[in-house]
Write a protein that binds this ligand. Structure first.
Ligand code: NAP
Length: 291
């Protein structure tokens, strides 16, 4: 790492907790590779202190920052501008300074679609099914819209939350292609699914032996389905292993993590960034944690 001086520009991530964040390793590797005088630091900030922290960032001239749990929604009211993507999702993960004040966007959408865009498939005839209706599922819906999927089905366990989820997209042009379903409908839904995304934490370490899929769902999976798990530890998850056994193509969550980070760094630096270096830095972190 190059030496820090009075001219070093500051980037970072705010979370609570934040000590397990993989972002500092990814971003600092890219910064070092580019030979830039920046540093990216993790900041543990409690929900009660978010406003003060942002004011402090303004005072000390922070260039930009990421947000992770639990701040992605709370930051919305503290920004001068919000991108249409972040507005639609209702969450911000990347913030930077403009003349008008802080501006926020959500790079999870770019992160999510990057591995799918690399597959040279025409997604416009595809039906996507999203398991879960939390924060990440919102970015996935926006991603599926950007890909042009003709149908988007969201599966959840709470009828009221599902209704609220659907209602939140009511005023968007794609509201007509979004339907919501309870888990017991999944065997039927999966029959007409080209892209199946796990946006629940089911199967995440340490609960590696769990899968969101039951035998009756697996029995309906078509070969050639693309199975995408947002989870990156373990890799592959049981969900991806089960889907691969059914002839599916598997994508884990690590590329999404790399690509959302690369998109954020590109905004802050206003230049292209070394994605492969970020990918290697992330993998090294994941490997060291697995051993
Ligand atoms: P979240 O807001 O807490 O939402 C989790 C969703 O999963 C909710 O809809 C929840 O249902 C559902 N769920 C939780 N446990 C379940 C269970 N046992 N059975 C069925 N449904 C269950 O979390 P999130 O931020 O959306 O994150 C979801 C996953 O995506 C996490 O594993 C996270 O690590 C991953 N993620 C990865 C990336 C990446 O870059 N790769 C980015 C963001 C998130 P209820 O609402 O009914 O509780």
């Amino acid at each position: 790492m190059q030496s820090i001086t009075g001219r070093t520009k500051l980037l970072g991530v705010i979370g609570y907790p934040v000590e397990h964040s993989l972002s500092p390793a990814m971003h600092n590797a890219a910064i070092a590779h580019l030979g830039l005088d920046y540093v990216y630091l993790p900041f543990p900030v409690s929900p009660q202190k978010l406003k003060e922290a942002i004011a402090g960032f303004e005072a000390i001239g922070v260039v930009g920052f990421n947000l992770t749990i639990p701040h992605k929604q709370a930051i919305l009211t503290l920004l001068a501008q919000i991108s249409p993507a972040a507005e639609a999702i209702g969450a911000v993960n990347t913030v930077w300074r403009t003349e008008a004040g802080w501006k926020g966007t959500n790079t999870d959408v770019e992160g999510f679609i990057a591995p799918l865009q690399g597959m040279s498939r025409d997604w416009s005839q595809s039906a996507a099914t999203i398991l879960g209706n939390g924060g990440a599922a919102r970015a996935v819906v926006a991603g599926c819209v950007e890909l042009g999927c003709r149908e988007i089905r969201v599966v959840g366990r709470d009828r009221a939350k599902l209704a609220q989820f659907q209602q939140s997209w009511h005023n968007t042009p794609f509201a007509g292609c979004l339907t919501v379903h309870l888990w017991d409908e999944l065997p039927e839904v999966v029959l007409q699914t080209d892209l199946l995304i796990n946006a629940t934490p089911v199967g995440m370490a340490p609960h590696r032996d769990r899968s969101p899929l039951t035998p009756s769902v697996l029995a309906q999976v078509r070969g050639g389905t693309v199975a995408y798990d947002l989870i990156y530890t373990p890799s592959p998850t049981l969900f991806l292993q089960q889907m691969q056994e059914k002839g599916a193509i598997a994508i884990d969550g690590s590329e999404m993590l790399v690509q959302q980070g690369a998109a954020a760094l590109q905004i802050w630096l206003q230049r292209s960034v070394p994605v492969e270096i970020m990918r290697q830095a992330l993998q090294a972190q994941l490997d060291s944690r697995a051993s």
